[in-house]
Design a protein around this ligand. Structure first.
Ligand code: AMP
Length: 177
């Protein structure tokens, strides 16, 4: 695991709520070396797979997700928060580590049978990723793998996604909530 990236990630205590240690990737992305290493490490690890499409979760999953799709020479699908996508969508409600929300995808974004790499910056409880997986699978896509920069193992999200039969890949882990 590429724990050398951890030094670029800032921790903000009690954001957005008391008790949450917010793992802030703005400092990772601000740093030219940090950004390049993150994209390169993730793209190198994913290059052996044979995906048809990368799907990213709003909003922090878009930045590296799009860079990954570029490196893998694939298209990129945006899974967005409710009300943001202009075309016909399907939606999925889910529980967050802090609160509830709805995600949407354009109903023509994924073709039936396409092999999809799902990407987000961080996995905590896995609720967001699971909602993204549901949306892709409802369109007939197959989530071949889920990838994240950061895993918070104590929140069990990675285990949850793996229990759905989807392998997960992470670049680094942080203890605690
Ligand atoms: P979850 O659905 O619980 O796996 O939460 C994952 C989503 O919430 C991701 O989109 C993260 O960006 C965000 N998130 C949850 N917990 C944190 C945290 N401690 N630090 C930064 N982002 C977080």
């Amino acid at each position: 695991m590429a724990s050398n990236l951890k030094k670029y990630i800032r921790t903000i205590p009690d954001f957005p709520h008391a008790g949450i240690q917010f793992r802030d990737i703005t400092t990772l992305f601000n740093n030219s070396k940090g950004l390049r290493e993150t994209v390169d490490q993730m793209a190198d690890a994913m290059a052996i797979h044979n995906f048809d499409q990368v799907a990213g979760l709003e909003a922090r999953g878009f930045m590296l997700g799009a860079a990954l799709a570029y490196r893998l020479e694939l298209g990129f699908t945006m899974i967005r928060k409710k009300g943001k996508l202009p075309g016909k969508t399907i939606s999925q409600d889910y529980n967050l580590e802090y609160g509830e929300a709805t995600l949407e995808i354009h109903d023509d974004a994924i073709e039936s049978g396409q092999k999809v790499l799902l990407f987000d910056d961080l996995i905590a409880t896995g609720g967001t990723a699971e909602a993204g997986i549901n949306l892709i699978e409802r369109l007939g896509g197959k989530v071949e793998m889920a990838a994240f920069i950061i895993d918070l193992p104590e929140l069990g999200g990675r285990k949850k996604i793996e229990s759905l039969g989807i392998p997960t890949y992470v670049l680094c882990e942080f203890d605690g909530l």
